[in-house]
Design a protein around this ligand. Structure first.
Ligand SMILES: NC(=O)c1ccc[n+]([C@@H]2O[C@H](COP(=O)([O-])OP(=O)(O)OC[C@H]3O[C@@H](n4cnc5c(N)ncnc54)[C@H](O)[C@@H]3O)[C@@H](O)[C@H]2O)c1
Length: 246
């Protein structure tokens, strides 16, 4: 590793999911600013400054949409060096109110979606011998989540298992797979369905005393994608202001 290039992402080709909002949007913007070539994908429209070279419509809950996203990304970028999977959904509801539909949709979007994306991206990532994947899990995977997020917490625990499994099996092909586990990042997901009193109480749990910004989380993804993290794989990086110390 050249010391002058150890954080360089110049000309690396990345797909960023979830770029219409929050951490995914910040990650796409940051990677573009770092000189990377980026394609974004989301269920919703991605803002101009986060779009990269192309923005695709993706529904993680549909396998064909995941496969199409990878194929279109490769058509635009001519290859792929990394996948940053930020997109996810949460339905905050009490255990007694969880319907079969709600549970299956969250399983499909948060668990099956990343599985399909990673599997489809693998041949391209392996080709360069230096592929990188960053998957977003959640502090809820370790705590069981807070009120109303049981199913979401289940899916986020599965993301860690997926990432560790891929990290182990694809290491011989030069693919590194790491996870980021945010605590509270100031995005729509943090605020949707949460009262300000509940949010204040939650944020007080963090020694740093505040939510992280989307860019503070995105910067950690950029590190894991960079040559500086060449010897890091199968790791879950907590980005939580000290809220949970493991
Ligand atoms: N914000 C937090 O405090 C926090 C805490 C723990 C974990 N996380 C994780 O960080 C990641 C980013 O979260 P965020 O806070 O930026 O969320 P966000 O809600 O701001 O953004 C999530 C994005 O995912 C997209 N999305 C949802 N369903 C989709 C689908 N079916 N197909 C494609 N895209 C879909 C949304 O359109 C949205 O743009 C998520 O994986 C989330 O679980 C966030």
């Amino acid at each position: 590793m050249q010391l002058s290039n150890c954080f360089s992402l110049q000309n690396k080709r990345f797909l960023v999911t979830g770029a219409a909002s929050g951490i995914g949007a910040a990650t796409a913007e940051l990677l573009v600013a770092a000189g990377a070539r980026v394609v974004t994908a989301d269920l919703n429209e991605v803002a101009q400054q986060c779009r990269g070279e192309k923005s695709l419509r993706l529904d993680l809950g549909i396998e064909a949409s995941c496969l199409e996203t990878i194929h279109e990304t490769i058509a635009v970028l001519g290859g792929l060096d990394g996948l940053v999977h930020c997109a996810a959904m949460i339905r905050r509801e009490d255990i007694d109110d969880v319907t079969e539909y709600s549970m299956q949709r969250q399983f499909a979007v948060n668990m099956a979606g990343p599985f399909h994306l990673c599997r489809a991206a693998r041949p391209l990532l392996a080709k360069g011998g230096d592929g990188r994947i960053v998957l977003f899990t959640s502090q809820g995977a370790h705590t069981g989540g807070y009120v109303g997020s049981t199913i979401y917490a289940m899916t986020k625990a599965a993301v860690i298992a997926l990432g560790k499994s891929l990290a182990r099996q694809w290491a011989p092909e030069g693919i590194r797979v790491n996870m980021i586990s945010p605590g509270a990042a100031d995005t729509p997901m943090l605020r949707d369905g949460t009262s300000s009193a509940a949010l204040d109480a939650f944020l007080k749990l963090a020694p740093l005393g505040r939510a992280g910004t989307p860019f503070e989380v995105a910067a950690c993804a950029a590190f894991l994608l960079s040559p500086a993290a060449a010897y890091v794989t199968g790791h879950t990086l907590d980005v939580n202001g000290g809220m949970l110390m493991r």
